[in-house]
Design a protein around this ligand. Structure first.
Ligand code: GUN
Length: 282
């Protein structure tokens, strides 16, 4: 059997059209969704991500501000900017691009963002709401994973979902979202004994470990939906996921490619979160 490829680029385009259409309707009521993106320093990958976020805002018809601050910006200066953006009516979402320079405490910065404008879903109150099952802005990559699974037509409820990885930005929140969808959820990580025994039971397997090609078909149950969150740059310059695509596609039911799977969904979910925040505040 060869797995069906989950086309994240296409699904992302469909959602962006939905967001763009809803934005047009909101604008008729005089509300323009606004996103502020803050970049501190010169990290090349972060510059590319921030550029893509700015472009996506234009595509959606959003108001956007990008604050590009020098590497030597102090924590106090950054917190002052966040305070201003928290109070600014034209801004519904605030995203501070990570990682921050080492002299700035990431936690202090994330905690300072108003929960209502926390479009990254990284604030501890957003995380708490996610765990409790209360309404909150959902972290973008995990929300994108769920959207991809649903758009394969797979019923999540009652299925065994196994997540490999326990990071705060992907593993833990994606596990919570799967639980919220009534999956039976197992979280595996670097200290898990007998990992294959667990992953081979997974109807849905989400992999977020940051190790190129680490998961081959010997970890996968025939017919499983496999979501690969990893984006790893190989020595050859090519991108590879955490899942060994060629091997796993022979056995899985559905699989996301890298690139073109989860990647395009992250910024799309950020656009959706900004729209949701704009609808809520006004
Ligand atoms: N850096 C890499 N991914 C992300 C993300 O999703 N949000 C933010 N704020 N920074 C990132």
């Amino acid at each position: 059997m060869t797995a069906q490829r989950i086309d994240g680029k296409h699904i992302s385009e469909v959602i962006r059209q939905e967001v763009s259409e809803q934005t047009r309707k909101l604008k008729e009521k005089g509300i323009v969704p606004g996103l502020a993106v803050v970049l501190v320093g010169e990290d090349p990958a972060s510059k590319v991500y921030v550029g893509s976020k700015e472009k996506a805002c234009q595509q959606m018809g959003f108001y956007s501000e990008v604050h590009r601050l020098p590497e030597n910006t102090t924590e106090e200066q950054l917190l002052d900017l966040i305070d201003r953006l928290n109070k600014q009516g034209s801004i519904h979402g605030i995203l501070v691009q990570l990682p921050l320079p080492a002299h700035i405490q990431e936690k202090a910065v994330i905690d300072a963002i108003s929960v209502d404008k926390d479009v990254d879903g990284f604030h501890p109150v957003s995380t708490g709401n996610l765990v409790i099952g209360d309404d909150s802005l959902l972290p973008c990559t995990p929300a994108g994973c769920i959207e991809l699974i649903k758009r394969t037509g797979t019923e999540i409820s009652g299925k065994h979902a196994v997540v490999i990885g326990r990071s705060n930005i992907v593993g833990k929140p994606v596990a919570m979202l799967l639980l919220r969808e009534n999956a039976t959820v197992t979280i595996c990580h670097s200290r898990t004994a007998n990992m294959k025994e667990l992953t081979k039971q997974a109807d849905i397997l989400v992999v977020a470990i940051g190790k190129a090609n680490a998961i081959d078909s010997s970890y996968v149950k025939p017919g499983a939906v496999v979501i690969d969150v990893g984006i790893n740059r190989l020595d050859t310059g090519k991108l590879a996921g955490d899942v060994h695509f060629d091997s796993v596609q022979e056995i899985a039911g559905h699989i996301t490619p890298v690139p073109g799977g989860v990647g395009p969904m992250t910024i799309t979910m950020l656009m959706q979160n900004t729209l949701i925040a704009a609808k809520r505040i006004n």
